[in-house]
Design a protein around this ligand. Structure first.
Ligand code: SF4
Length: 589
């Protein structure tokens, strides 16, 4: 029998010190800040002691979903806010898969986890119950796939369920360790996996049997159909389904914007072989989708390898790929052989580490090695060179296991390692977060630098380079104004937890209509204000935790390698940063 109740406003608080939990109704919070990032930043303020070490037991993990989750298509993300072990400040990461719908079906809008378990555990959340299950036997298991499979077999769930888990990278607290959900989706960025590891959480299994009722079924169905049809018919969404983001590889290469060999170049020779087109033709085995998404942009390559044990027997491994993986574990490392790249992606996946961060760290290490600033003594015998996938597979393992001081430093990120060993001018991190694959021009870098989480995702500066900076360049102040405006809008989307790929569908009027359908009547002005407010609240948190614009390091490499717009001027970036600081500080008051 399905339960019908409005449980979205409930927050589940889990205390690992006491193996206890409680549920609180926080309707006031969800009404004011909608859900997702908006609610999560408020919960982070409430729960995170000022100046806390990101890996200490008192540092909270906050996960939140949006009010449209399970109601309208593409509202499929769960956001996590925490203190990042990579940047030492605000950490934020989003994941799809079945996670958001499972949290909603379990009857929660948000989950807060604090404390530290005495031994490895996985949390099993079923409707209103939380079980703390022993995970000793799956701790330090070499593959995060196998750990996930074991949790699945042990948990006899019914209802919609999601399994999150970490790999060895999280257990060893690599600062950019990921949390994997449903195998091909990740809380990738900023080290949530290390925070799980610090609390001895191997995984979370969550399921439930709630259902959601709507007031006016007729008008709900009508709006649902409009959104569903838009998702299925839109040419942009077709692009995501067809080649996926991997379709950007050739375009960015053609535009001199594809970071290659640690951004010593912006084009890769032989790039066609790792393009979305080539991968689709020769490797694509399957497409999958997040729950409640009719698009299905997740591309899985089938990689066949001959068995070592049996003649004429082949092992087939499904490997997820997208643009960011191709940049970080392909072009950035000078790899243009698709099988080599896919095997490296698989290795990174098994250890459960953020592909973008580890790719950028390995690219920095390769350049250091080739410039003879580090030797085989540092690398424990590895001879690093561009394109050598087998050596990179070993490098991933050594970083995760951190067997010497050099690897311990590299496990803390490229900027940290460069502070210890030199080469800061080509350690490609921004706000201590390793770069995304867009060397499009100054707007992309200003976007990385001033974005609340130093991610390309929240303001898409790279798209400003391709529209504004290439034709009729605008000033650095105008760039910053546009980036901040976009970031405000995207805070709204991440409070609804709709997939950013659907931002062309979820325009502000549509957001207004969908919220009205579920009983939240807000004007366009009020919505815009909430978006701005969330952005500023994130900055307030960052300042509280010691963020300073003056301390942002900009690697000189970005000024040396030509991009789509020519060469970036250091003055442009400097002016933009100074203006952003004034604007943000004035807005906060
Ligand atoms: S478009 Fe892709 S990432 Fe977005 S919800 Fe659908 S499958 Fe998930």
């Amino acid at each position: 029998m399905m339960k019908k109740r409005n449980t979205f406003h409930r927050v589940l608080y889990i205390d690992l010190d006491k193996n206890a939990f409680k549920i609180r109704n926080r309707e006031e919070l969800f009404k004011k800040y909608i859900g997702g990032t908006g609610v999560a930043i408020q919960l982070l303020y409430e729960e995170c002691p000022e100046g806390i070490d990101p890996l200490s037991p008192e540092a909270p993990i906050v996960m939140a979903i949006g009010p449209l989750t399970g109601v309208f298509p593409l509202a499929s993300k769960t956001v996590a806010l925490f203190k990042s072990p990579l940047t030492g400040n605000l950490g934020e990461s989003h994941v799809g898969g079945r996670s958001a719908v499972a949290i909603r079906m379990a009857g929660f809008g948000a989950i807060v986890i604090k404390g530290k378990s005495r031994n490895p555990v996985y949390l099993s959340i079923h409707d209103d119950k939380v079980f703390f299950k022993d995970a000793t036997t799956i701790w330090q298991m070499s593959s995060s796939f196998t750990a996930g499979r074991i949790i699945r077999q042990k948990e006899d769930d019914s209802g919609l369920r999601s399994i999150m888990r970490i790999g060895q990278a999280g257990e060893n607290m690599v600062s950019y360790a990921a949390v994997t959900t449903e195998t091909y989706r990740h809380f990738g960025r900023m080290g949530l996996g290390a925070v799980f590891g610090s609390k001895m959480i191997k995984g979370i299994n969550i399921s439930g049997k709630s259902s959601i009722d709507v007031e006016d079924r007729k008008s709900y169905r009508k709006l649902y159909k409009t959104l569903y049809d838009a998702a299925v018919d839109s040419p942009l969404m077709k692009k995501y389904h067809d080649l996926g983001t991997a379709g950007n590889v050739l375009t960015l290469n053609e535009l001199d914007s594809l970071p290659t060999k640690n951004l010593r170049h912006s084009r890769l020779e032989g790039v066609e072989k790792i393009s979305g087109e080539h991968l689709a033709k020769h490797f694509l085995g399957r497409r999958v989708a997040c729950a409640h998404c009719p698009v299905g942009c997740i591309h899985l390559a089938a990689v066949r390898e001959p068995s070592e044990h049996e003649e004429h027997f082949y092992k087939t491994t499904m490997v997820g790929y997208d643009f960011e993986l191709i940049f970080a574990l392909g072009s950035m490392l000078g790899i243009s052989d698709p099988e080599v790249m896919l095997k490296l992606i698989d290795q990174v996946e098994k250890y459960g580490v953020d592909a973008m961060s580890i790719g950028v760290c390995m690219a920095w290490a390769t350049e250091m090695f080739m410039k003879k600033k580090i030797t085989t003594e540092h690398t424990d015998g590895l001879n690093l060179k561009w394109g050598d996938g087998k050596t990179y597979e070993q490098l991933v393992k050594k970083i995760v296991l951190q067997e010497n001081d050099f690897y311990k430093a590299l496990a803390k990120g490229a900027e940290y390692a460069a502070e210890q060993y030199g080469g800061k001018g080509f350690a490609m991190s921004f706000g201590k977060n390793e770069m995304a694959g867009y060397h499009t021009g100054p707007a992309a870098y200003l976007g990385f630098l001033i974005g609340a989480r130093h991610s390309h995702l929240d303001n898409a500066g790279y798209s400003l380079d391709q529209t504004e900076m290439i034709n009729n360049p605008i000033t650095s102040h105008e760039v910053v104004d546009k980036l901040i405006k976009e970031e405000g809008l995207r805070q709204l989307l991440s409070s609804l937890t709709v997939c950013f790929f659907s931002r062309g569908i979820y325009k502000i009027d549509v957001i207004k209509d969908t919220l009205k359908e579920i009983g939240l009547d807000l004007s366009v002005e009020e919505l815009n204000k909430i978006g701005e407010q969330i952005y500023l609240d994130k900055y307030r948190f960052k300042f509280r935790e010691g963020f300073e614009f003056d301390k942002l390091h900009v690697p000189e490499r970005i000024y040396e390698t030509p991009d789509l717009t020519g060469l970036i001027s250091p003055e442009f970036i400097k002016e933009g940063l100074s203006y952003a600081e004034t604007r943000i500080k004035e807005s906060i008051g």
